[in-house]
Structures are given as structure tokens and as C-alpha cells.
Ligand binder design. Structure first.
Ligand SMILES: *Cc1c(COP(=O)(O)O)cnc(C)c1O
Length: 341
């Protein structure tokens, strides 16, 4: 039986062509700057994000941390979403390792941060306060795509306020594909952007931080400090190159599958499909607490993996098909029918 894993798009596995590209990669010592595949990947990432330079890192968590360390000094502050990965899901790295204080605030329903609210959180220039240095946005945010006009506003705002603007763009290609735009139309608004290769793009490992030459120079130093300087990393970079060259446009299939899943689940009694679902590759459903555990177990027995909780994020990716969506909908229906009897 095929396992349908909807817990995350991080569960994707490299295809044969990607593995072949990895096996054939020309490599060198990347800490010496001598790995041809890493250099090529960094060049590609810089080009598609419209940045001067890029740096290959082992994870998105590290890319985001490198950005904060490169933008800030000890005692500085970054403004960030309360539910943002960079704040909530990265072990407090900026505070732990950079002495950088977070100033979180709630995301708006559309995944943006209200610039008016952000303005109220910027600290005055006074030694009582941390120095506010960076505004961090996330795109996609919980599967939602930030509006291009909003990004333009955020760019103007941060320039006026003297803040750096960082994007956690772990899924920025999902956002670009959903808008029918090039990624750089999104990323050019930012001073730094982290992208993930190991989510829907299907690479086993890897992330890139993109930004100015000076910023990437500082980040390169911090990457060594954090133990992220890898040697013959071209084997991993080759997977990333394959991912960027082959797996970006196809994200639209994941979005279509999410739509099919959303529509299929919408009609089912006992389940609520949350608004903002299927803008990209995520569908959110909520249900009663007792139902949630039982549904997870029921689906698990039928080869369908979902996360725990009464609100569940279902994520589509290159490892699941349209037929799989129909199967999931059928199984959820089967479960709730059984439940009623
Ligand atoms: C996955 C993810 C990251 C980075 O996660 P890693 O597992 O460290 O690669 C960063 N931001 C967001 C929004 C993510 O979803």
C-alpha cells in the first residue's frame, strides 16, 4: 500500500534523476570556496532572487539565523510574527546565539504584519531600549501568499524607518507560482531572503540565504561559527540545482491537489475547512478534539499520515497525486460515516 503523507512537504524524497545528479556532482572543498556545484547553486539562487550573492546552508533555520546575525549586533531587536517560524520554531536561536531580542506580534488574517502595528513597536533611540533593526516577513505564511502591493509598502516603510527587511521564503516559490510571477518580483523587495530546497522542491537538504555581497560575506563568517561550513557539499548542492531547474513550475500541481482536497473535504459533516486553505499547498481542517485523535488513527491504519491536533494542516507535495487526494477524501468520509453510526 502506498503511504500518503500529508504531514509536511519536508517528507519529499529525491527522485532518481536527482540522485543521479548528486552522484555525478563535481565537488571540492566549499569552505575554501572550491566546490563547483555549490558555487553554481549559489549563482543560480542569487540570479532567481535578484540578489548580488547567495550562501548555501544546511537548513532554513540556519539561513534565517545567519540573516539575523548578519543584520544585527548584540542587543538589537527584530520584529517578527508571533507564529513565524523564525520566532517560534527555531529554538529561540537569535536570542540564544546572537543576543538578538525578538519583538513578536500577531499576523493578520492574510499572513501579513500590519505596518501600522509594526511602527508602534519600533523602539525609540534611547538607551533604555533594544535597537530595532529588522522586520521579518514570511511568504508563504501558513500557506497564504502575501500581496505584492503589500510587499512594496513594506519595502517603502522599512527604508523610511531605517530597518532591514528579511523574508523567510522557505516556500517563496509556492507564492510565486500561485501569483503567476517570477520569484524575484517578490524577493527584490527584501534585503535578505532565505529559501528552502527541502520542502516542496524535493531536495533532501539545503537552504540558501540571498542578499547583498556585504551581507552574504558576514553570513559566511557566521555560518562557519555555527558549524555550517560543509566540505564536499556539492553532492547536496547538485540536488538543489536539480530542484530549482525542475521542480518549481510543477508546484502548481501541488496547489491544484490542495484545491481538490479542500473541495472534497468541504462537504463533509463534522469537519471544518478553514479559510485561507489551498491558496498554495496547504489545507487546514478543524474538528472536535475526540474526533481528531480517532481520525488520525483511522487514516494511519489506511496508510494516510496526518499531524495530530484539532486543527490539522494537510500539505500537498510532489510525493502525492490527484488520485491520492480522492482516496483521502473517501477515507475521511468513511470515518465520519462510521462515527455517526
Ligand atoms: C521549514 C521552514 C523553515 C526552515 O526549516 P528547516 O527545517 O530548518 O529547513 C523556515 N521557515 C519556514 C516558514 C518553514 O516552513
Amino acid at each position: 500500500m502506498k503511504i500518503i503523507d500529508l504531514r509536511s512537504d519536508t517528507v519529499t524524497k529525491p527522485c532518481d534523476a536527482m540522485r543521479n545528479a548528486m552522484a555525478a556532482a563535481e565537488v571540492g572543498d566549499d569552505v575554501y570556496g572550491e566546490d563547483p556545484a555549490v558555487n553554481r547553486l549559489e549563482g543560480i539562487a542569487a540570479r532567481i532572487t535578484g540578489a548580488e550573492a547567495a550562501l548555501f546552508a544546511p537548513s532554513g533555520t540556519q539561513s534565517n539565523l545567519l540573516a539575523l546575525l548578519a543584520h544585527c549586533e548584540r542587543g538589537d531587536e527584530y520584529i517578527v510574527g508571533q507564529q513565524a517560524h523564525t520566532y517560534r520554531y527555531e529554538g529561540g536561536g537569535a536570542a540564544v546565539l546572537g543576543s538578538i531580542q525578538p519583538q513578536p506580534l500577531d499576523f493578520e488574517a492574510d499572513g501579513s504584519l500590519s505596518l501600522e502595528k509594526v511602527e508602534g513597536l519600533i523602539k525609540p533611540d534611547d538607551f533604555h531600549f533594544a535597537k530595532t533593526r529588522v522586520l521579518c516577513l514570511e511568504n508563504t505564511q501558513g500557506g497564504k501568499v502575501l500581496d505584492l502591493d503589500y510587499l512594496g509598502e513594506a519595502r517603502k516603510f522599512t527604508l523610511k524607518k531605517g530597518l532591514a527587511l528579511h523574508l523567510d521564503g522557505a516556500r517563496v516559490f509556492n507564492a510565486a507560482v500561485a501569483l503567476g510571477k517570477e520569484a524575484r518580483e517578490i524577493t527584490e523587495n527584501f534585503d535578505s531572503v532565505s529559501i528552502c530546497l527541502s520542502k516542496g522542491l524535493g531536495a533532501p537538504v539545503g537552504s540558501l540565504l540571498c542578499g547583498s555581497g556585504a551581507l552574504i560575506g558576514r553570513a559566511r563568517r557566521w555560518r562557519k561559527v555555527l558549524g555550517g561550513g560543509m566540505r564536499q557539499a556539492g553532492i547536496l548542492a547538485a540536488a538543489g540545482i536539480h530542484a530549482l531547474e525542475n521542480n518549481v513550475a510543477r508546484l502548481s500541481e501541488d496547489h491544484e491537489n490542495a484545491l481538490a482536497l479542500r473541495d472534497g473535504l468541504s462537504g463533509i459533516e463534522g469537519i471544518r475547512v478553514e479559510s485561507g486553505s489551498a491558496e498554495t499547498n496547504m489545507v487546514f481542517i478543524s474538528m472536535q478534539e475526540e474526533t481528531a485523535g480517532a481520525l488520525e488513527q483511522y487514516l494511519h491504519e489506511r496508510g494516510i499520515l496526518i499531524s495530530s491536533g484539532k486543527t490539522v494542516r494537510l500539505v500537498t507535495h510532489l510525493g502525492v497525486t490527484r488520485e491520492d487526494m480522492d482516496r483521502v477524501v473517501q477515507c475521511v468520509k468513511g470515518f465520519l460515516d462510521k462515527d455517526e453510526k
